[in-house]
Design a protein around this ligand. Structure first.
Ligand SMILES: C[S@@+](CC[C@H](N)C(=O)[O-])C[C@H]1O[C@@H](n2cnc3c(N)ncnc32)[C@H](O)[C@@H]1O
Length: 356
């Protein structure tokens, strides 16, 4: 990716270092195109309403905008709080040593609950131990940085990057990646170093929030970027189902409901109207209406529902005929080698619907 549209060399360095976190539908490989499209527009404040891996919000930060990065999942919130809202809090070497030091007062929740499900005993123990040590860290940005690093470590070591089936000890989904052979601790240490290197101060007060999009005050943004989930073709597109382990890890499973009968100890689904065919049209109408005073950018692709024409029409309802434009590009999604995904779903046309 070139990111030539960014004028300040330093910011180019930052955005180039942002890792591709394996969150379904992430726009990492489209950042250059999204950024180039955004530079054509006049705005200073921006909302990334469905932040996922946080890469678009981080791009906006690198572009010098004041950003609120929002997602209703807690682990996404911590990624954004650590890397976007955070201007200057890093984990130094002494803190890192304390965080990974043996803690004989640790609980054994993860070790017991997730025994033989995704990770070996040493890795499970690392999660319990780190969480116990995290209690000594009070700075909210540092806490988020540690939680985000735990999540990245956990994703890196998980075959296919999803938590839907038992993967511990069976080698079934071993794709040969060296990441699968490293300990969670070594992924964690590497993630802390990487995340430390991404933190910089733009002079703006950025924010991360963990809200349903319809709870966000619409009056504060010149531009809003929306990348909601697609209506699934099967029930396989649910974020809570795929990433329940990260969601639980991000709060040490407090205040969440574990579905005990599920073999991988999933969490109760978080309801979103964007996942249901019957509700999605109305939800887009409501979303566009709510944020009609801002420039609205919607990321969508040809394999999604509703289709482009319907969405364009809904955006015109909110912004008027003359103010809506669509830009597109061809894109190939990288699904894990074990995902049986048709060519139609892999090769898609990506759209940015712009309501200026
Ligand atoms: C397609 S992903 C976003 C990917 C993101 N743009 C990226 O590049 O990583 C959709 C996100 O929407 C979030 N989400 C779904 N329904 C939501 C809602 N009602 N309010 C806020 N966030 C929601 C999901 O948790 C998920 O992270």
């Amino acid at each position: 990716m070139s990111f030539e549209f960014l004028k300040n060399e330093q910011r180019i360095d930052f955005i180039k270092k942002y890792p591709q976190l394996r969150i379904m539908g992430n726009k990492y490989r489209l950042l250059d195109w999204i950024g180039q499209t955004l530079t054509e527009l006049d705005f200073n404040t921006a909302l990334d309403g469905f932040s996922g891996s946080g890469c678009v919000g981080y791009l906006l930060k690198c572009m010098g905008k004041r950003v609120n990065s929002n997602d209703f999942l807690n682990f996404s919130y911590h990624i954004a709080n650590a890397l976007i809202a955070n201007s200057d809090s890093l984990i130094n070497n002494d803190e890192l040593k304390k965080i990974i030091a043996f803690n004989n007062k640790r609980k054994h929740f993860v070790t017991n609950k997730f025994k033989n499900i995704f990770y070996n005993k040493e890795d499970l123990n690392f999660f319990d131990n780190t969480w116990a040590n995290l209690q000594t860290i009070l700075n909210p940005f540092k806490r988020s940085l540690i939680i985000a690093a735990l999540c990245r470590a956990s994703l890196k070591k998980q075959p296919r990057g999803v938590f839907t089936t038992i993967t511990a000890g069976n080698g079934k989904y071993d794709d040969g990646r060296s990441d699968l052979r490293k300990s969670i601790q070594s992924h964690f240490i590497e993630s802390i170093a990487l995340f430390n290197s991404l933190i910089f101060d733009t002079g703006h007060n950025h924010q991360a929030t963990c809200e349903d999009i319809f709870e966000i005050n619409p009056s504060r943004y010149d531009l809003v970027y929306f990348d909601p989930p697609y209506v699934p073709r099967s029930d396989d597109n649910c974020y809570t189902k795929r990433y329940h382990f990260l969601e639980g890890l991000s709060c040490y499973w407090t205040g969440v409901e574990i579905l005990e009968e599920s073999v991988v100890k999933k969490l109760k689904k978080k309801y979103t109207p964007f996942s249901y065919r019957k509700e999605s049209n109305q939800s887009f109408r409501k979303l566009f209406h709510r944020f009609r005073d801002s420039i609205i950018i919607l990321s969508y692709s040809s394999n999604g529902y509703p289709d482009r024409k319907e969405l364009e029409q809904l955006l015109i309802e909110a912004k008027g005929n003359d103010n809506v434009e669509v830009v597109s590009m061809q894109h190939t999604y990288n699904f894990g080698s074990h995902d049986k995904v048709s060519n139609e779903r892999k090769h898609v046309e990506e759209y940015l619907l712009i309501g200026a």
